[in-house]
Design a protein around this ligand. Structure first.
Ligand code: GLA
Length: 374
């Protein structure tokens, strides 16, 4: 398998100059620019081993990759006891052949609609705490155990904090176990792979309301001696609304707590999407028709995006003692989830365009990473 990948890679590299596939034409790399500060990673299509056109950009720019979907509880164990790990196996082999770290994502996703329903059922009853935790243990033992020492870091629990006034999001997990399901998930993951670095991952956890809950969770995991290495800020931002001050306050708080931060799913949407969720969804019809950059993103928008990426990376640099990794969510604009979520539009949220060519945002990030220390 390994030799096969290497041969194919050689083929792709040899074809770079003959216009084969999507390639980056720069010899400046994010990985080199961030070297010594933090790891630069990317969330990527699970079928990357079958997509040689994407290899040059991936392999030249990044040192870590997260499979977008195939390690989530739903595809992995749709039916109790039937583990579907064919795609992750190939992903992990591919990563090893190319000296890329794999970030496992995610062992528990604390949302009912993202968890196979059988987890929460016991015949016609609702599964109680012990059964739920036993199932969680089997899942984590099987998955984290299978990739021991090959998946170096795990998002152990994803999105458990509530967006409203509760501490934890209401779910089958929190209803049966309260906060203990998070503690147990970390214990099980550590037992399955004692060397893996374990992350708690969420969105909006840099904003003041959720940040307070995040700090409470970090303190509580500490007290209970759960092996938490870092919190993950997903980092799905929108142009002109990147919450720099809130991010900085969060980084400072984690520095004080002695906990690392990973920016796990970074992108900057150029078509703000916040109104989608406002006022009971009354803008859905209007927004569904909004596709302003279908034929390309205007240079002034790309420039603003670049400036905002630059500001972010200057901040990350300032806190490079706290930040362990920054991963983008998808390889280039053409592959971003923001082309279809929450409505279909041509989006431009990343550092590389649809041909894999560096955008102004790429230059801004490289410049920010190479600037003299703040
Ligand atoms: C969340 C999840 C990711 C992914 C994105 C959208 O951020 O953590 O796994 O599903 O949504 O692609």
């Amino acid at each position: 398998m390994r030799a096969q990948f290497q041969l194919l890679l050689l083929f792709v590299v040899l074809n770079l100059n003959s216009g084969f596939g999507a390639v980056t034409t720069t010899n400046r790399t994010l990985r080199a620019a961030a070297g010594g500060m933090f790891i630069i990673g990317v969330g990527i299509n699970d079928r990357i081993p079958e997509r040689p056109n994407d290899w040059p950009l991936l392999i030249s720019q990044f040192s870590a990759m997260t499979p977008e979907n195939s390690l989530k509880p739903d595809p992995v164990q749709v039916t109790e006891g039937k583990f579907n790990l064919t795609r992750p196996d190939a992903f992990v082999d591919f990563a090893a052949s190319n000296h890329l770290l794999v970030i496992g994502h995610c062992l528990v996703w604390a949302k009912d609609d993202r968890t196979p329903p059988w987890f929460f059922r016991d015949g016609t009853n609702v599964a109680r705490r012990d059964l739920l935790l036993a199932r969680m243990k089997t899942h984590i033992d099987t998955v984290a155990g299978r990739y021991r020492r090959r998946i170096a870091r795990w998002d152990v629990v994803n999105e458990a904090l509530d967006d409203g006034t509760n501490y934890l999001r209401p779910s089958g997990w929190s209803a049966a176990c309260g906060e203990d399901f998070i503690v147990k998930a970390f214990e099980f993951a550590h037992a399955a792979d004692p060397k893996a670095l374990l992350v708690y991952n969420d969105y909006n956890n840099e904003l003041p309301g959720k940040r307070a809950k995040q700090i409470r969770l970090v303190r509580s995991l500490r007290e209970k001696q759960a092996p938490l290495y870092a919190i993950g800020l997903q980092g799905h931002y929108e142009i002109d609304r990147v919450p720099l001050k809130d991010i900085e306050d969060t980084l400072a708080a984690m520095r004080e707590l002695g906990i690392k931060v990973v920016v796990s799913e970074l992108d900057i949407d150029v078509i703000p999407r916040g109104r989608w969720w406002a006022d009971g969804g009354k803008y859905h019809d209007e927004l569904s028709k909004l596709d302003p950059y279908h034929d390309g993103c205007p240079p002034e928008v790309l420039q603003r995006q670049a400036e905002q990426y630059g500001q972010l990376f200057r901040l990350f640099r300032k806190y490079s003692d706290v930040i362990a990794r920054v991963s983008f969510w998808d390889l280039h604009d053409g592959q971003s989830w923001l082309n279809t979520f929450p409505w279909t539009r041509v989006n431009h949220p990343l550092l590389f365009d649809r041909e894999g060519k560096p955008k102004p945002a790429f230059d801004a990030v490289i410049t920010a990473l190479q600037a003299p220390p703040p």
